[in-house]
Design a protein around this ligand. Structure first.
Ligand code: ATP
Length: 305
């Protein structure tokens, strides 16, 4: 597999605090990689290190197959990025802002600027100045700035943060098309799984600086997450019973339910033992754990959003 971004034990410490902890990321060429994690998980710091905006404490970053330190100049010309809020001049239109950026980047033809504005649907905004843009328009202009030099890799830090559902869906379709039609590799972060679940080919989950999961979406959907879900009065007591009686390992517990991923123990038997132990069982169902629950369990409960 050819990786456009690959990290080896990438680590960042601020003083004694490790905010990115030995991560080994693999972003394949032409794919959309979603980096998920709660606020403060270390996503922005990881992205900043890839763009050399922050220097790693330890580890290696390979961009387009080469160690970034040696290959920096060539590699960075092929990258477009949005890290935190993109900076634009408030009193200029979107087009004027892009013209200035194009000059700063060594000159891009007017047609490239037009194509970028068209791609994000801002080509007809000829008079509105940036300060009068809606949040969605600001985000879209940020994307236009990131794509106007037709980069092979896009690094986007929470580009759909704060957008309304229509805005989210527009940006999603745009990024999917860019990846499919132009083969652009997209590395995108979010703290909301549902925002990127539909477009990502691969998902990496960060929690407290650690990459706790890196999984192909197809594989994730294929995984048998079918389970028996017991709704019970006391899920902690139910968990203890399952551990004591069967030494069960494949399960996950929510406040009022327990999901068992092991079909070898008959449902009736579990129900009997629960009831015998004084638990009230209010529901039993064969259910499929949704992805939100899966990731919530992965990062220790409480949900990713
Ligand atoms: P968010 O979605 O909130 O941006 P994130 O996953 O992108 O979260 P980071 O911004 O990478 O997380 O921050 C990870 C941790 O590193 C946080 O605890 C943050 O406070 C800390 N951090 C980031 N930059 C610095 C810095 N310059 N000095 C000290 N600590 C920092």
């Amino acid at each position: 597999m050819e990786y456009v971004i690959e990290t080896e034990n990438l680590t960042k410490q601020y003083g004694s605090i490790t905010v990115v902890d030995n991560i080994n990321l693999h972003v394949p060429k032409g794919k959309i990689y979603g980096l998920l994690g709660r606020n403060g998980a270390g996503k922005t710091t990881a992205m900043k290190m890839m763009l050399q905006l922050v220097y790693p404490t330890a580890g290696v970053i390979r961009l387009f197959g080469s160690n970034s330190k040696e290959y920096a100049q060539t590699a960075y010309k092929q990258i477009g990025s949005i890290i935190e809020t993109p900076g634009f001049y408030d009193n200029l239109t979107g087009r004027e802002n892009l013209q200035i950026l194009a000059k700063l980047r060594g000159g891009l033809s007017a047609s490239k600027i037009e194509q970028a504005l068209e791609a994000v649907g801002l080509e007809h905004e000829n008079h509105k100045i940036f300060s009068d843009y809606s949040l969605g328009m600001k985000q879209r202009l940020g994307i236009a700035a990131a794509i106007m030099h037709e980069p092979k890799l896009l690094i986007l830090d929470e580009p759909i943060n704060g957008l309304d559902p229509i805005g989210i869906s527009e940006i999603r379709s745009f990024l999917s098309e860019l990846s499919k039609k132009k083969g652009t590799t997209i590395f995108i972060s979010s703290h909301v799984l549902s925002e990127i679940e539909q477009i990502a080919d691969i998902i990496g989950v960060m929690h407290r600086g650690v990459l706790v999961e890196e999984v192909n979406m197809t594989e994730l959907h294929k995984r048998n997450r079918k389970c028996i879900k017991f709704e019970v009065s006391d899920s902690k007591a139910a968990e203890k019973i399952l551990l004591d009686s069967y030494g069960l390992t494949k399960y996950s517990r929510q406040e009022k339910s327990i999901m068992i991923f092991d079909f070898s123990i008959p449902v009736a038997e579990i129900n009997k033992i629960f009831v015998k132990s004084g638990l009230s069982v209010t529901g039993i169902a064969i259910s499929e754990e949704n992805l939100e629950e899966y990731f919530s369990n992965l990062i220790g409960g409480g949900g990713i959003a």
